[in-house]
Design a protein around this ligand. Structure first.
Ligand code: CA
Length: 232
């Protein structure tokens, strides 16, 4: 059964972290490939078959972000970024450049495997998701064709902006959408980095869909990065 599982490329120069990731993945039956530099990673990515990448940002030669940028020129395979705690800006940048998710060091094996499962599920249903017109997370349902939102089977009235924000998060459920990506979608590319309007809009949306807005069960805040619609 293990040979049916995905092949994951681990790009990490730190021996201890690399061993930990490899051990966790092999234990779960995934096939693994290893690169300790960006150049090695690129060589593997262009010559071998890989289903997914775990990518450290701080590599000894080329920046992890460069590896991601080059990979995205021809491939849509999931990429999970691994980064240090103080790199919020880089995380957001990586997500905007097409990374699927990120993990902050130190992370547990359970956390790592959960993120991998989400990314693989996303990859497998990405095409379906695009065609789907009704999406549901727990009691929250959105009908993209009719532009209607329901919470526990009750219709919820949304302003056009709230609706656009909610549908963006729903389409990316399980995944972080960066503040910059949301602002660009809602107000256009010229709007810049003013996050106050988004915070106000988000507060209004949460009042409508969350039972306790201060303890959201649908829209999670990823501090310094963006927002994530929960998946289950
Ligand atoms: Ca490193």
């Amino acid at each position: 059964m293990s040979n049916l599982k995905e092949t994951i490329l681990i790009v990490e120069d730190d021996l201890q972290i690399r061993n930990f990731i490899v051990y966790s993945l092999k234990n779960e039956g995934y096939n693994t490939k290893i690169a300790t530099t960006g150049t090695q990673a690129m060589n593997i990515l262009v010559t071998e078959t890989v289903d997914m990448v775990i990518l450290d940002l701080g590599l000894p030669d080329i920046d992890g972000l460069d590896v991601l940028q080059r990979l995205r020129e021809w491939s849509e395979i999931p990429v999970i970024i691994v980064s240090a705690r103080d790199q919020d800006k880089e995380k957001a940048f990586a997500l905007d450049m097409g990374a699927d998710d990120y993990l902050t060091k130190p992370f547990s094996s359970t956390e790592l495997l959960a993120r991998i499962r989400v990314a693989i599920r996303h990859m497998n249903r990405r095409e379906n998701l695009k065609k789907q017109s009704v999406m549901q997370v727990k009691g929250l349902k959105i009908d993209l064709e009719k532009r209607l939102v329901y919470l526990d089977d009750q219709e919820v009235h949304m302003t056009p902006m709230e609706y656009t924000l909610l549908s963006l998060l729903m389409k990316n459920r399980g995944k972080v959408v960066t503040t910059a990506a949301i602002i660009k979608e809602l107000w256009g590319p010229g709007y810049g980095q003013d996050t106050q309007a988004l915070r106000t809009l988000m507060a209004g949306l949460r009042r409508k869909v969350e039972k306790t807005p201060a303890k959201p069960q649908y829209i999670m805040t990823e501090i310094g990065v963006g927002y994530r619609m929960t998946e289950d």
